[in-house]
Design a protein around this ligand. Structure first.
Ligand SMILES: NC(=O)c1ccc[n+]([C@@H]2O[C@H](COP(=O)([O-])OP(=O)(O)OC[C@H]3O[C@@H](n4cnc5c(N)ncnc54)[C@H](OP(=O)(O)O)[C@@H]3O)[C@@H](O)[C@H]2O)c1
Length: 264
């Protein structure tokens, strides 16, 4: 056991992390995180969204990789599979997604530095809690785990949802024309097709299902933390986004739900 995975250290950090989930859930109910369509000058300095996303997500990759390779089990099969999942996930969210963002030329910075700073705490905790457990503390990641139904179902759920997430993000990215981007016009349109047929926030829905799949697949409290803090962030934001669309577009599809098809 290493200093950073000593049971007391890990459990204390885990308990603080669950405390943070409560704080985020309470604050998100009152304040929508100031970036994108909800950007606001009231919260101090803002960054270009590409830089903001990249910086905010970076600790998830860095912390995970460093802590993972300090772990005693880092070269075993199951931990290596989770490492690959992590690198694919954050290769998309932390590197490809920010690089592909289509910000209108010359538009003002809209990604609050406050969001980046609070995001660092979450992404660093996320990396640490998962890597320390997967590569050091977890005792069930033997070769038998490869045929456990939780691992297999979680893997299918995770990758199915990740594909839906990438597709939904791509639909949003395609809503602004090249001319609008070049002329610096920040235009919003009603997204259509894919999972947008059923809900206003398919990126958030698939993000949450993907983390639920990862939690099932790893069967750990560290992955439950990321699922819960993502719920705390994204459920209120999904409701605010749905309201925003309905107030802004008279022809917004009335049958479209907020986050859960046919239900909410
Ligand atoms: N795990 C977590 O806690 C967590 C937290 C946040 C986000 N995420 C994930 O990160 C991804 C992005 O999230 P987000 O909150 O940035 O999503 P978003 O508000 O939908 O924005 C995504 C991109 O699409 C553009 N866009 C959105 N709606 C548009 C419309 N109607 N017309 C034209 N362009 C539009 C945005 O431009 P503008 O920036 O100019 O509005 C932005 O560049 C999602 O997959 C989400 O699940 C995860």
């Amino acid at each position: 056991m290493s200093w950073y995975t000593g049971e007391q250290t890990y459990d204390t950090i885990l308990a603080l992390a669950f405390g943070l989930v409560l704080i985020v859930a309470l604050s998100s109910a009152f304040v929508v995180a100031p970036y994108g369509r909800f950007a606001s000058g009231r919260y101090g300095l803002s960054l270009n969204p590409r830089l903001g996303w990249f910086l905010m997500e970076l600790p998830a990759t860095l912390t995970f990789v460093v802590v993972f390779f300090l772990g005693r089990n880092s070269l075993q099969t199951v931990p290596l599979i989770f490492l690959a999942m992590w690198l694919i996930h954050y290769g998309n969210r932390g590197f490809a997604f920010p690089f592909l963002i289509r910000t209108p030329a010359g538009s003002r910075s809209s990604f609050s530095l406050m969001v980046v700073a609070s995001g660092w705490l979450v992404t660093a905790l996320h990396g640490y809690l998962n890597a320390a457990y997967i590569a050091d503390l977890g005792s069930h990641y033997t070769s038998a785990w490869l045929t456990d139904p939780r691992f297999l179902i979680g893997l299918v759920v995770y990758y199915g949802a990740l594909l839906g997430n990438i597709h939904s993000d791509a639909i949003l990215r395609g809503l602004r024309t090249h001319a609008e981007i070049a002329e610096g016009q920040k235009v919003y349109r009603i997204p259509k097709g894919g999972l947008f047929r059923w809900v206003s926030n398919p990126s958030y829905l698939t993000e949450l299902v993907a983390w639920a799949g990862f939690a099932l697949c790893t069967w750990s409290l560290g992955s439950l933390f990321v699922l819960l803090i993502s719920c705390a962030n994204l459920i209120p934001r999904a409701a605010a986004t749905h309201r925003w669309y309905r107030e802004r577009f008279e022809d917004y599809p009335a049958e479209r739900k907020i986050l859960i098809p046919f239900i909410w």
